[in-house]
Design a protein around this ligand. Sequence first.
Ligand code: NCD
Ligand code: ZN
Length: 346
Amino acid sequence: MKTLTIRRPDDWHLHLRDGAVLEGVIADTSRHFARAIIMPNLVPPVVTAQDAVAYRDRILTALPQGDRFQPLMTLYLTEGTDPDDVAAAKESGLITAVKLYPAGATTNSHGGVRDIDKAMPVLERMAEIGLPLCVHGEVTTPEVDIFDREAVFIETVLDPLRNRLPELKVTMEHVTTKDGVDYIMGSSGNLAGTITTHHLIINRNAILVGGIRPHYYCLPVAKRENHRLALRAAAASGDKRFFLGTDSAPHVDPLKECGCGCAGIYTSPNTMSCLAHVFEEENALDKLEAFTSLNGPAWYGMAPNEETMTLVRQEQPVSYPSKRDTGAGAITVFDPMFPLHWQVVE
Ligand code: NCD
Ligand code: ZN
């Protein structure tokens, strides 16, 4: 029997939603993760410090009794964001980062940034006070192929921004390409990347071969196999610049299984089992802790969790519910398409 004990993990990119969905999904995160960076793309989005206080309260209220989970709040950057409001929110310890969604890039991002020049006063202040920018790194220009959007974003938006403001700490979220991995590895500082569980497991065939499979559709969309392999190598390397952000993004099934389905994959329940499987395949179980529990806190200037998590490799496959029932409807849980043997036991 194989056993692995690591510091308790954190999730550096998570969608918890609100209302009945929040109530239905939060335990799947708080059961395993001590902290998570909470995405602000609600409808309407979490734009001001006041919005973030109210949302944090709703999250804490939805937490199961006794869970010590800490939501790390973010603000949704708009062209009208007030630098003073952002600075005060950081100063008070309320927020951990600000999130840049290029307008129209993904779910609930229509209020995002169209012209980055308009956000420069906020970004300059963030650079001054050491507040990281979390970036959804895709351009939305209709001429750019959806599979190229990350690479074009790096070249036309991210690199110019980082040259203009080298002091700004940028987290490139849910990196999905070798281009993204190479860009982070080639940088001389102030840049890190999160990688999701599902992008380590699926390539674009999962979405399209043998029929269209909405539960494997997310944004950024999964890419070719060579990109998946680059992500696996980066995650399994232990390199401090890469860490887990699940991007677990629950949508109730009718919103996925329809003519224009939402982007998002719900991975919170089985993420740790999936990751142990991937790291074992990479012969890198000794690097799992760096990826899930050490590199993220180091980047955000926090101590790693004192508590630990133990995973055991079971002979028989471990089963997970295929759906999570919530007051808003059922949400399909990510199916990695292979049996999972690693189980979180404590
Ligand atoms: C996210 C969502 O549903 O909010 N969807 C997704 O596919 N990851 C938005 C996002 O992070 O892009
Ligand atoms: Zn996301």
